[in-house]
Design a protein around this ligand. Structure first.
Ligand code: NI
Ligand code: MN
Length: 230
């Protein structure tokens, strides 16, 4: 009875097929060394943007303009997207702690400990994650973040899936991700933001073994382009 499919597009980019909507998260495709697709080839009804860094916003404008998807981002990034030509009625501006009801479910913007400057130097507001409450599933995209005790609050509603960065250097690394999974109490976890470039190389199989040994979560290691149904 699986209704939701998640596809890793490499780095921190995901496509979620909820059955009724296609939701893209942080599309960074054309300049990503690991993306299995080009920006011109993806579908989108909604695009969720966690923060302003190039490896999260690079293809947002071109995909939004081509697909007429609605972009969900913080206020500052929304203002920047407007200047790049994205229509105001296709933008949903939010800020930390806020939520919005969309056709596929509720989307809430969560705290992330990270920065958010946009590629041209524009101030990009606060970095964030998202909790998606779909009819039967609660899914957390951490975005780029350090380990934070706030994850305990995020996990309190129960999480069917947590998507966490494990690359280290720019975000939490494997050690802190184990603590994050414990705080979140997620039943499944997908790692991201690793093996895009040499400075964030990680051994995902070794990470998965540690997750199995030290947490109650099932680790789901994907290769770019691979789908997982839940
Ligand atoms: Ni970042
Ligand atoms: Mn990043």
């Amino acid at each position: 009875m699986s209704t939701v499919e998640i596809t890793w597009l490499g780095h921190a980019s995901f496509s979620l097929d909820t059955g009724g909507s296609t939701v893209l998260v942080d599309p960074f495709l054309n300049d990503s060394p690991v993306s299995p697709v080009q920006a011109d080839d993806v579908a989108a009804d909604y695009i969720l943007v966690t923060h302003g860094h190039f490896d999260h916003v690079a293809d947002v404008v071109s995909i939004a303009l081509r697909t007429e998807a609605t972009v969900v981002a913080n206020f500052e990034i929304s203002e920047w997207l407007k200047k790049q030509g994205v229509a105001e009625e296709k933008l949903i501006a939010m800020n930390l702690g806020g939520g919005v009801d969309l056709p596929f479910g509720h989307v809430k913007k969560t705290i992330a400990h990270h920065s958010s400057g946009l590629p041209d130097g524009t101030y990009g507001g606060s970095a964030a994650g998202f909790v998606l409450s779909l009819p039967k599933l609660r899914i957390y995209f951490a975005g780029d973040t350090a380990l934070t005790l706030d994850m305990k609050l995020i996990g309190m509603g129960g999480l069917d899936l947590a998507v966490l960065p494990i690359g280290d250097l720019f975000t939490m690394g494997p050690d802190d991700s184990i603590e994050a999974i414990k705080l979140l109490n997620a039943s499944r976890v997908i790692p991201c933001h690793y093996n895009t470039w040499p400075p964030i190389e990680q051994d995902a199989a070794a990470w998965a073994e540690r997750v199995r040994l030290h947490t109650a979560a099932e680790p789901i290691v994907l290769v770019p382009g691979e789908k997982y149904s839940l």
